[in-house]
Design a protein around this ligand. Structure first.
Ligand code: IPM
Ligand code: MN
Length: 372
């Protein structure tokens, strides 16, 4: 298959983790005889520094002509401390989501056996957790009308949802549930918010079309608790934009590190794949950023184009790296010298030689080999 991939590494640790994801994709292309081409663009603070805006026209044009997009992270401390800045790195990401109409954000949360001691939650509760968020990504309070009064004392954000916005993400979520455990939870605040009442009404209507999917309805405050108390009860979690941002980040605690969570943002025409962690500025260029979320995002990209065997090979490589503790310090209890690019090298080599995972192979990766 030929794929032209727009690569937007962005800020902070974005470039270094995306470099590992690109390495994995390049090895997949070699092993399976695909032609993947990569074209780089600026976004976020990196774009502001060079062009004055967070989403330059050129970047948007690149994304529109490419087959898909691989995205790193955006954000910089320069803007964190200036909430009134008119131009902000986030505009790059939010602008892309809106301009490309990437309405459905898919965030899988899978607990790895090998990492069960990394989560602060009890092993028996997180074992076998396998849930997936379907977060609405282009509507709600993020994109509703905003006001800031002239006297600087009053501000509003409006949460608006339309039937169409709810239906399109909902159908995708129900279909996903059909191919999984046939369970869908709608997260809302329908006891208080009008927009949530609309969500609940529409989901009740749609549920009739999917009789093989068991639907339950939970308020977001209950979900915040249930996700920690008993995450195994969930399969597909359908959730509006803002609640999805918060609750999916909470879910990273189950897995043990936010450095593991990948995501896909899908529209009717365009698609974008990105790790859910942010720019993590403090870690920039220190070789400690976990590249697995970016690498698993590349696997989601392959799945989107029906390259399941290829995606599975990346996932197998990741499993192996976790099992052998070829991981960055956020997960490692055994070795302290494994850098971002070393993890990427391991994944790359595994893709090229999946059968050669003996001890010596591991040692080579740790720089401890006696036979070279
Ligand atoms: C995310 C991020 C973004 C969001 C920010 C960077 C605008 O937190 O993708 O979860 O809030 O959606
Ligand atoms: Mn977030």
């Amino acid at each position: 298959m030929k794929l032209h991939i727009a690569v937007l590494p962005g800020d902070g640790i974005g470039p270094e983790v995306i470099a590992q994801a690109v390495k994995a994709l390049k090895s997949i292309a070699t092993v399976y005889d695909h032609i993947f081409t990569f074209e780089y663009g600026l976004v976020g603070a990196a774009a502001i520094n060079k062009t004055g805006i967070a989403l330059p026209e050129e970047t948007l044009a690149l994304c529109k002509k490419a087959d898909t997009i691989l995205f790193g992270a955006i954000g910089s401390p320069k803007y964190e401390n200036d909430p009134e800045a008119k131009i902000r790195p986030e505009q790059g990401l939010l602008g892309l989501r809106k301009e490309l109409d990437l309405h459905t954000n898919i965030r899988p949360v899978v607990a790895y056996e090998d990492l069960s001691n990394k989560s602060p939650l009890r092993k028996k509760w997180i074992k076998d957790v396998n849930l997936c968020f379907y977060r609405e990504l282009t509507g709600g309070i993020y994109f509703g009308e905003k006001t800031f009064s002239e006297d600087g004392n009053t501000a509003t954000d409006t949460c608006t949802y339309t039937r169409n916005e709810i239906e399109r993400v909902a159908h995708r979520a129900f279909k996903a549930a059909q191919s999984r455990k046939h369970k869908l939870t709608l997260v809302d605040k329908a006891n208080v918010l009008a927009s949530s009442k609309l969500w609940r009404k529409i989901i009740k209507e749609i549920a009739i079309q999917y009789p093989d999917v068991a639907v339950n309805y939970l308020y977001v405050d209950q979900v915040a608790m249930q996700l920690i108390l008993n995450p195994k009860q969930f399969d597909i979690i359908l959730i509006e934009n803002m609640f999805g941002d918060i609750i999916s980040e909470e879910a990273s605690v189950i897995v043990g590190s936010i450095g593991l969570l990948a995501s896909a943002s899908i529209g009717d025409k365009y698609s974008m794949f990105e790790p859910i962690h942010g720019a993590y500025y403090k870690a920039t260029d220190r070789g400690i950023a976990n590249p697995i979320a970016a690498i698993l995002s590349a696997a989601m990209l392959l799945e989107h184009f029906d390259l399941y065997e290829e995606a599975n090979l990346i996932k197998k490589a990741v499993d192996k790296s976790l099992q052998l503790q070829i991981t960055t310090p956020d997960l490692n209890t055994k070795y302290d010298n494994i850098s971002t690019s070393k993890v990427g090298d391991f994944i790359e080599d595994f893709i090229n030689n999946p059968e050669e995972t003996n001890l010596n192979f591991t040692n080579i990766h740790l720089g401890q080999s006696t036979i070279i």
